[in-house]
Design a protein around this ligand. Structure first.
Ligand SMILES: NC(=O)c1ccc[n+]([C@@H]2O[C@H](COP(=O)([O-])OP(=O)(O)OC[C@H]3O[C@@H](n4cnc5c(N)ncnc54)[C@H](OP(=O)(O)O)[C@@H]3O)[C@@H](O)[C@H]2O)c1
Length: 243
């Protein structure tokens, strides 16, 4: 395993949820971290919570905008690992009631955004570097109704990583696929009902509870540090796919 001490890690989505957990864990392991999100206020609050004086930089950018992504990597300079956790609540309407503008916005933000991150990041990645994108359990346990779009997008990441890992080798490309994680995204999707959902699912899954971002972050750190992992999807879901 290689050390993260002194490595520079760009976390797109680092101002909240899973990405914030990755940024915090990477700092603990001695890395310098660049956190990226759309909202400057969220980034500033996250930087304060991370408390990594001098080792955290924040850059406001929308990964759905090619101009923003180009600027992100122009101003950010050379770096060692790209972690992309950014995402927004997925469409969840039955297919016959699909709002196509919402679907396009979701696919642009998550999948086309990942392609753009890869396009510009590849020019700035140091030797021995890697890219890690985030999919999710919806591809394996589709929520019904309305789960087809998020399942398709999440599933596509596995094949994106396999092909890209061949294309840009020796730079490595991997995917983390989490089960449910207690993050700010759930507050946005279900509000106060979150507690009930989590209790029910926590009681069903082998791990006995829903994950916190700190449970998921080590999967990203492992993929950064293990020079032999590439083209892989790592599931980390407390056994949620089994139930
Ligand atoms: N939480 C779960 O249970 C779970 C399970 C499986 C998979 N996932 C996936 O994991 C990813 C992260 O989820 P999370 O729960 O950590 O969400 P979260 O707490 O809402 O965090 C999302 C982060 O992404 C940023 N972001 C969103 N859209 C962006 C864009 N277009 N450009 C740049 N930054 C953007 C947000 O900041 P701004 O809003 O300021 O841009 C925020 O920092 C999502 O793709 C989600 O689908 C989550």
């Amino acid at each position: 395993m290689t050390t993260l001490t002194g490595k520079k890690i760009v976390v797109v989505g680092g101002s909240s949820g899973i990405g914030f957990g990755v940024a915090a864990a990477a700092l603990e392991h001695g890395a310098d971290v660049v956190i990226v999100g759309r909202s400057e206020d969220k980034l500033r609050a996250a930087e304060k919570r991370l408390g990594g004086v001098g080792r955290v930089t924040r850059i406001a950018a929308d990964m759905a905008s090619e101009a923003d992504v180009a600027r992100l990597f122009d101003t950010g300079g050379a770096f060692d690992h790209l972690v992309a956790t950014a995402g927004t609540p997925p469409p969840n309407d039955p297919i016959g009631e699909t709002d196509m503008d919402f679907v396009r916005g979701f696919v642009d933000g998550k999948l086309v955004g990942a392609v753009m991150l890869a396009k510009y990041a590849v020019r700035k990645l140091n030797k021995g570097g890697s890219m890690i994108f985030t999919s999710g359990i919806n591809k394996d346990r589709p929520p019904v109704p309305g789960g087809s779009v998020v399942s398709a997008v999440a599933g596509s990441f596995t094949y994106f990583a396999r092909a890209l890992a061949l294309e840009i080798a020796p730079t490595r490309v991997n995917i983390v696929s989490p089960g449910w994680v207690d993050t700010e995204m759930w507050d946005e999707i279900v509000g106060e009902a979150k507690t009930g959902y989590f209790e029910q699912m926590g009681a069903r899954i082998p791990a006995g509870r829903i994950a916190r971002p700190a449970d998921i972050a080590p999967a990203y750190l492992y993929l950064m540090q293990n020079a032999f992992m590439t083209g892989e999807t790592v599931h980390i879901d407390g056994g949620q796919r089994l139930v």
